[in-house]
Design a binder for this molecule. Structure first.
Ligand SMILES: NC(=O)c1ccc[n+]([C@@H]2O[C@H](COP(=O)([O-])OP(=O)(O)OC[C@H]3O[C@@H](n4cnc5c(N)ncnc54)[C@H](O)[C@@H]3O)[C@@H](O)[C@H]2O)c1
Ligand SMILES: O=C(O)[C@H]1O[C@H](OP(=O)(O)OP(=O)(O)OC[C@H]2O[C@@H](n3ccc(=O)[nH]c3=O)[C@H](O)[C@@H]2O)[C@H](O)[C@@H](O)[C@@H]1O
Length: 386
C-alpha cells in the first residue's frame, strides 16, 4: 500500500472520496479495492448497504475507520453538501439504471439520472471539488449503421458503428419510445457537467461504461429482489439458469453488446481516481471491444458455462423468443450494437481490458451458483408445496 505512485511517477497522497451510490454493483467493487489496496478513505453514501456489508463489519477489519456508511437519499438530504465538502473527490454512481424501468417509470428515471444529480454537480463546482460522474454508453443510442440498408457494404465499415467520444453522434428514437428517457437524461447531465467545466472551471471526468458485468450485479428475482422485478441481462439469464428454465431472448436476441469484466473496468476507474492531471476534462469509454456477441450468443455461452460450473445438464431447448412488448411493455426500444473506441483511454491512461468473455462468465457464474443455487432450490420447493 505504501509508496503508491501515479502514471507519471509522482507519489499519490491518501485522499477522501465521497462515493454516492457506493452500495450498488460498481460501488461495491470500487470500495472493496480501495479498502484492500489503497490508503484512501471512503464516505460511502447510499440508501442500501447490503453489497458492502462485508466491508463495514466487523469493526476488526484492517481498514476499520477508512470507510464510513451514510444512509442518505440524495433526493432530499441536507447532509450531502457537508460530505462533498469533506472529500477531495466525489464519485457519483447513484442512478436508476435498469432498462425495465426506463419505459415503465420514465419520470423516476429522468429525475434520478438528471434532476437528482444536479445538486451533486453544483456542490462540487461551488466548493472547487473534483467530480467523477458515471454516465453510460447508452448516450450513443443507435449506431449510424443501423439506418443504412440491410445489404449496404458500409455496415461493415467501423466508421459507421464504432462509438467514439469525440466523433460519434447521440442517436435516440422518438419520444414515445420512452426507453431513451435514461440515455437522454444522462446526456443532459453530461452536457451540464461539461459546461460547468468550461464556464466555472469544474474539474470533472465522465465515465461511459459499456456493459460491465460480474458478481453482485443487480438481484435474483424472488431471492434478493422483488419476484416480479426485471434486472439487467446477466441477472435475468442467471435467474433462468438457476431455475432450470429457458433463457428469454427479447426480439430474437439479435442486439449486439460488448461485455467487460467488472474487475478490469475497476482498474480503469482507479487510474482516473489516482491520475487527475490525465483524467480531468475527459470523457472515457470503458469497455472491452474484443468481447462482442449477440444476446443470443451470450445466452448460448452462459448455458454452456453454467453447465460446466454447476454440473447440471442444459435443457434440450435452452432459449425461448419473447417480444419486447411482452417482456418490457410499451415504449421499449434497443441499442443495436456497442463497440467502444478505446483511443482516448489508451492515450491518457494506458489502460486495456484483459478478461475474455468465457473467463469472466466462468468466474461470475461460479459466484452466482455458490451464492444462489441453494436459496433458489428452497424457494422453488416452497412454491411447489403451496
Ligand atoms: N453496470 C454497468 O455496466 C453500467 C453501465 C452503464 C452505466 N452505468 C452507470 O453506473 C452507475 C452505477 O451503476 P451500477 O451498475 O452500480 O448500478 P446499481 O443500481 O447497482 O447502483 C446504483 C446505486 O445507487 C443507489 N442510489 C440510487 N438512487 C439513489 C439516491 N437517490 N440516493 C442514494 N443512493 C441512490 C442505489 O441504491 C444503488 O445502490 C449508474 O449511474 C449507471 O447508470 C453502469
Ligand atoms: O450496461 C450498460 O452499459 C448500459 O446498458 C444497459 O442496457 P442494456 O445493455 O440494453 O441492458 P441489459 O438489460 O443488460 O440488456 C442487454 C440486451 O439483452 C436483452 N435481454 C435482456 C434480458 C433478458 O432476459 N433477455 C434479453 O434478451 C435486452 O433486450 C438487450 O438487448 C443499461 O441501460 C444500463 O445498465 C447501462 O447504462
Amino acid at each position: 500500500m505504501a509508496g503508491r505512485v501515479d502514471l507519471d511517477g509522482n507519489p499519490i497522497k491518501p485522499m477522501t472520496i465521497c462515493m454516492i451510490g457506493a452500495g450498488g454493483f460498481i460501488g461495491s467493487h470500487l470500495c472493496e479495492k480501495l479498502m484492500s489496496e489503497t490508503p484512501h478513505t471512503v464516505l460511502a453514501v447510499d440508501v442500501y448497504s447490503d453489497k458492502i456489508k462485508h466491508l463495514l463489519e466487523p469493526t476488526s477489519l484492517p481498514w476499520n475507520g477508512r470507510i464510513q456508511f451514510h444512509r442518505i437519499n440524495i433526493k432530499n438530504d441536507s447532509r450531502l453538501e457537508g460530505l462533498i465538502k469533506m472529500a477531495d473527490l466525489t464519485v457519483n454512481l447513484a442512478a436508476i439504471c435498469t432498462p425495465a424501468d426506463y419505459n415503465t417509470r420514465p419520470l423516476d428515471t429522468i429525475y434520478s439520472n438528471f434532476i437528482d444529480a444536479l445538486p451533486v454537480v453544483k456542490y462540487c463546482s461551488e466548493n472547487g471539488k473534483r467530480l467523477i460522474h458515471f454516465s453510460t454508453c447508452e448516450v450513443y443510442g443507435k449506431t449510424i449503421g443501423a439506418f443504412l440498408p440491410e445489404d449496404s457494404p458500409l455496415r461493415q465499415d467501423p466508421a459507421y458503428f464504432v462509438l467514439s467520444e469525440e466523433a460519434s453522434p447521440c442517436i435516440f428514437g422518438p419520444i414515445e419510445k420512452q426507453r431513451w428517457s435514461y440515455a437522454c437524461a444522462k446526456q443532459l447531465i453530461e452536457r451540464l457537467i461539461y459546461a460547468e467545466g468550461a464556464e466555472n472551471g469544474l474539474e470533472f471526468t465522465i465515465v461511459r461504461p459499456f456493459n460491465w458485468i460480474g458478481p453482485r450485479m443487480d438481484f435474483i428475482p424472488g431471492i434478493d429482489g422483488p419476484s416480479e422485478g426485471v434486472p439487467r441481462v446477466l441477472a435475468c439469464f442467471s435467474n433462468n439458469l438457476l431455475r432450470h428454465e429457458p433463457l428469454k431472448l427479447v426480439d430474437g436476441g439479435h442486439s449486439q453488446r460488448t461485455f467487460i469484466y467488472i474487475k478490469d473496468a475497476i482498474e480503469a476507474v482507479f487510474l482516473m481516481i489516482e491520475n487527475p492531471a490525465r483524467a480531468n476534462g475527459h470523457i472515457f469509454n470503458v469497455g472491452n471491444p474484443n468481447n462482442e456477441v449477440t444476446v443470443k450468443q451470450l445466452a448460448e455461452m452462459m448455458t454452456q458455462v453454467y453447465s460446466k460450473v454447476s454440473g447440471e445438464t442444459p435443457l434440450e431447448t435452452p432459449t425461448v423468443d419473447v417480444s419486447s412488448k411482452e417482456f418490457y411493455g410499451e415504449g421499449y426500444d434497443d441499442s443495436d450494437k456497442r463497440i467502444p473506441d478505446m483511443t482516448i483511454i489508451n492515450r491518457q491512461l494506458g489502460w486495456n481490458p484483459k478478461t475474455s468473455l468465457w473467463d469472466l462468465l466462468e468466474s461470475t457464474l461460479t459466484y452466482q451458483h455458490r451464492t444462489y443455487a441453494e436459496a433458489v432450490k428452497q424457494a422453488m420447493s416452497k412454491t411447489t408445496a403451496n
